[in-house]
Design a protein around this ligand. Structure first.
Ligand code: CA
Length: 225
């Protein structure tokens, strides 16, 4: 996995990055709120480790801002024991879990595994997310109200979205994967296919929604009620 560490205490940041790299993850560091937010919004990370007390913009503000912009990357908040109220704020704002300092590396890795597991999962030939599954052989999309067969391009769109569940997928990526680099396909072509996919998701009673992220791309999320 590729993980972003937003932590201003250099020593702790180095320890975190070391633990992650030793466990075969890629890790990048940001040392303040604004630059952490910019890195988070690139959408390339599988998870973010976010400290609460940060210069420039605190962790809860960073979290609120990225969620508002449609970024659903799993976030693990780092809190000090004295920050109980911030921790509650953070969870309300959309953090997936928190870890209290000081911590042991095993706990950090276990929590990261837990928060990143909540996306899509492959079981046999089926990719499952929320109450919905996509069969890679039959191209059937199944929800609580039944199943529909997806057309070739609809299937590719849904497959990319489910494999990158909760990540912003840039429109360029759909074009490259579906039409290839050498193509006349335009961004509004994708919008047309995405609208077909949305109709089919609604028809099968899926709890998944394809959200457009302005000027960027799309993100697949499980609706929460
Ligand atoms: Ca700090």
């Amino acid at each position: 996995m590729k993980i972003l560490v937003i932590e201003d205490e250099r020593r702790l940041s180095e320890v975190l990055i070391d633990i992650l790299r030793q466990n075969m993850h890629e890790a990048d560091a940001a040392y303040d709120g604004p630059s952490g937010e910019d890195s988070a919004m690139t959408g390339v990370y599988d998870a973010i480790i976010l400290d609460i007390m940060l210069p420039g913009k605190n962790g809860v503000e960073v979290l609120r801002s990225i969620r508002k912009q449609g970024n659903a990357t799993p976030v693990l908040l780092l809190t000090a024991k004295s920050e109980a109220e911030d921790k509650i704020n953070g969870l309300d704002t959309g953090a997936d879990d928190y870890l209290t300092k000081p911590f042991v590396s095993g706990e950090l890795l276990a929590r990261l595994r837990a928060i990143t597991r909540r996306g899509s999962e492959f079981i046999g030939d089926e990719l499952t997310s929320g109450n919905t599954s996509l069969n890679k052989n039959t191209h059937e999309l199944r929800g609580v109200k039944g199943a529909v067969k997806l057309a070739a391009k609809e299937y590719l769109i849904m497959d990319i979205l489910m494999q990158n569940s909760r990540q912003i997928v840039p429109k360029e990526r759909f074009i490259e994967k579906i039409w290839g680099y050498d193509t006349d396909a335009e961004y509004n072509t994708i919008e047309v296919y995405v609208s077909f996919v949305r109709k089919k998701l609604a028809a099968i009673g899926s709890d998944l929604q394809v959200k457009a992220v302005r000027n960027t791309g799309y993100v697949l999320e499980v609706k929460t009620e």
